[in-house]
Design a protein around this ligand. Structure first.
Ligand SMILES: [Zn+2]
Length: 440
């Protein structure tokens, strides 16, 4: 359904549905409203004074006991994971989930009622690009209970999950790419399941008033008790994948990567979401270069543009941050998702073309040559590039530090420069460039 998956999406109009909440057993109605770009998913408590809203973000996570609860101040919203899974799974980035209680209606224990609701509201594309988290290096989280989540680089969002009950009963495994089509058909209908020995104490404490065979599958010994037969032979592992999608929605970005999960639960899912958000913050902090102080002798964008004839989209230097000597300097280029080359290189998996990094090196070297020659009446033409190596991919959000050093200048017509590009303290590309000069 999402025809342009690289853009953010919201719902087309308001739609509502009502039912019973799981923990209190009370009637609750839920309304889904459209929201603007970069809004994310917010829950609104219509039943409270001032109708507070809570961002569905990992820093608002309060508890992960059997369900995922978020909150701000004293306001709470319980059991958000199935709504969030439905929104994320169907490709909705921005929406307001308004409720008149502290918990959404549990429905049949799956994400199906929410998917039906989203279908009624419609899903529409918005103008801004979607935000992704690209997994660059494997990360993993594990718990003392044996839960393990590993996140691996992948061009797609995939989940491979192993689920096993007490004494490894009902061990199930499923691996799938998660697209809206796969989510709706294979994941959303999978219902919550409980092992009788796990819920017995809760029933005694009267903590699941709304719980019944209407909204959960109960496993007692080898017997599977439910209102309707199993929807899939491996319905349990599918529901575990549903919960992972819902919990990871708290990241606020879509993951491009492969989640490998062993006996996952809300706690370990939330741990992984936290690790991802921390890494994203680290990357964002590194790319905030506009706050760099103008260093002595550097060139700002205007000065760079007075020297270089290049213009958007071919100007590959934002500014020169420093000249170490007459023959050595460092330029920077902040790479944003708006670079035109990302549209085709590659759709759904933006990587900066290596040749554009060579172009950036050439432009920084040209600025050095200008500084030496003190004239813009001649243009340096790129003659050759030797020993060019691309060592690491450059992604949207990265800041490239372009180092250039003139190594040879033969007469007035030829020059050689040794260059390398650095992102996050690692050399991503290098090469030796040769120029010749011609009058304009
Ligand atoms: Zn669940």
């Amino acid at each position: 359904m999402a025809s342009t998956p690289e853009f953010q999406h919201t719902v087309g109009k308001t739609a509502s549905f009502s039912g019973t909440s799981l923990h209190t057993g009370e009637k609750v109605s839920l309304k889904l409203h459209p929201a603007p770009v970069d809004h994310g998913i917010k829950f609104k408590r219509k039943d409270l004074q001032d109708e507070p809203t809570i961002d569905a973000r990992i820093d608002n996570l309060k508890t992960v006991e059997r369900a995922t609860t978020i909150g701000e101040g004293s306001v709470r919203v319980h059991t958000v994971e199935h709504v969030l899974a439905a929104l994320s799974g169907t490709g909705v980035d921005n929406a307001i989930v308004e409720m008149d209680a502290n918990e959404p209606p549990i429905g049949d224990g799956s994400a199906q009622p929410y998917v039906d609701l989203i279908r009624r509201a419609g899903v529409i594309a918005q103008e801004e690009p979607r935000k992704f988290f690209d997994v660059r290096e494997p990360v993993h989280v594990e718990s003392k209970t044996g839960a393990l989540l590993i996140l691996l680089p992948d061009e797609k969002f995939r989940i491979s999950c192993t689920q096993a009950g007490p004494n490894n009963r009902f061990a199930q495994y499923l691996s799938t790419e998660v697209t809206p089509t796969v989510f709706e058909r294979e994941i959303a209908p999978a219902r919550t399941f409980v092992f009788y020995e796990d819920v017995e104490p809760l029933m005694e404490k009267n903590l699941i008033k709304g719980g019944s065979l209407e909204n959960a599958i109960v496993v007692r010994g080898e017997a599977v008790l439910s209102k309707e037969p199993l929807r899939f032979p491996d319905e349990f592992v599918r529901h575990k994948i549903l919960d992972i999608i819902g919990d990871l929605a708290l990241i606020g970005r879509r993951i491009r990567g492969h989640v490998v999960a062993v006996k996952p639960g809300h706690a370990v899912n939330a741990d992984l979401a936290r690790v991802v958000v921390r890494e994203q913050m680290r990357r964002s902090a590194l790319s905030v270069t506009r706050a760099l102080p103008p260093s002595d002798g550097g060139f700002d964008t205007d000065e760079v543009m007075q020297i270089l004839p290049h213009r958007f989209p071919f100007l590959m230097v934002d500014r020169i941050i420093s000249f170490e000597s007459e023959t050595k300097c460092i330029g920077i280029k902040t790479v944003t998702i708006n670079e035109p080359f990302f549209q085709g290189h590659f759709p759904g998996h933006p990587v900066m073309p290596g040749v554009m990094q060579v172009e950036a090196m050439a432009q920084v070297a040209s600025i050095l040559l200008f500084k030496l020659a003190k004239t813009t009446s001649r243009i340096g033409y790129f003659m050759s590039a030797d020993g060019v190596k691309f060592r690491k991919p450059v992604f949207p959000g990265d800041t490239i530090f372009i180092h250039a050093e003139l190594t040879k200048s033969r007469g007035e017509r030829l020059a050689k420069a040794k260059c390398h590009c650095v992102v996050n303290d690692a050399v991503v590309s290098e090469g030796e460039l040769m120029f010749t000069f011609l009058d304009k």
